[in-house]
Every structure is written in C-alpha cells, then in structure tokens.
Design a protein around this ligand. Structure first.
Ligand SMILES: [Fe+2]
Length: 139
C-alpha cells in the first residue's frame, strides 16, 4: 500500500489530478466517505467522461493494465475502463454513491465544491449545469 501511495503521489505530482479527485473531495467531506473509496467509486465514471477526449492516453493505460495490444485506440481506452470496473467489483467498491441517500437539493452544493485545481487538469471541462447533471447520475 505504501508503494502504491508513493507511485500515486509521483504520478499526480506530474500530471495534476482530475474530476475523480475533485468530486471525491466534495462528496467525501460532506458525507464522510474515505477519500480513497470516493475516488475509487468515481474513477470509472470519470474515465468514461474523459474517454473520447483522452482516448490515445487511455489506450496506453488499457494496454499497460491488460498487457494486451489493441488495434484501435478506442478499444484500448475501453479496456482501461473495463479493467477498473472489474477491479472495483473485485474489491467490492460500490458502483456509485446512491447508498448514501444524498438529497437532490445537495447536488448543486456538491457540484460547486468539486471545482478547483483538481478539476482544472481534467481532460474534459464541465460547465456548472453539466457538472450538476453529471453528479446527479452518480450520487
Ligand atoms: Fe485524491
């Protein structure tokens, strides 16, 4: 776990964070979800969000995670998403935050709290109305 935390820190120190971290912080703080769990729940959702915009980079991730080569970048990017979905299922990471019973009226507050330096380095930028809609699907 310490080695994974070190590698994770080295990675995000160079790349910036992203929507999983930004939304994860907002949900975690408001509903006392451990940060790693919140980010784990969000990761496949955010990968899907970024899939088209970051297809080439995600294809490399798909190849690294699966040890396979893919003829098309979209196949590699999808393999990355599928790998994380399977990993989450194996670790019994919940598929979303529905179990928290977050009131609908809290979603705008969560959306506002999701912006910041994390979101600025996400490949896909969401306007506030898009963020509200996006978060509504996950919480
Ligand atoms: Fe984080």
């Amino acid at each position: 776990m310490a080695a994974a935390a070190l590698l994770g820190g080295m990675a995000f120190a160079n790349s910036g964070l992203g929507a999983a971290h930004g939304i994860g912080m907002a949900v975690g703080i408001a509903y006392h979800v451990p940060h790693g769990e919140a980010c784990g729940i969000l990761l496949p959702h955010v990968m899907k969000l970024n899939q088209k915009k970051a297809e080439e980079r995600m294809a490399k991730i798909g190849e690294a995670l699966t040890g396979r080569r893919f003829a098309k970048p979209e196949e590699g990017a999808q393999a990355a998403v599928d790998f994380i979905l399977e990993l989450n299922a194996h670790m019994e990471i919940k598929p979303d935050f529905k179990h928290l019973g977050i009131p609908r009226e809290d979603i705008e507050k969560l959306a506002k709290a999701s912006y910041g330096t994390s979101m600025s380095s996400n490949p896909v930028q969401l306007e506030m109305d898009e963020m509200i809609e996006y978060i509504s699907e996950i919480v």
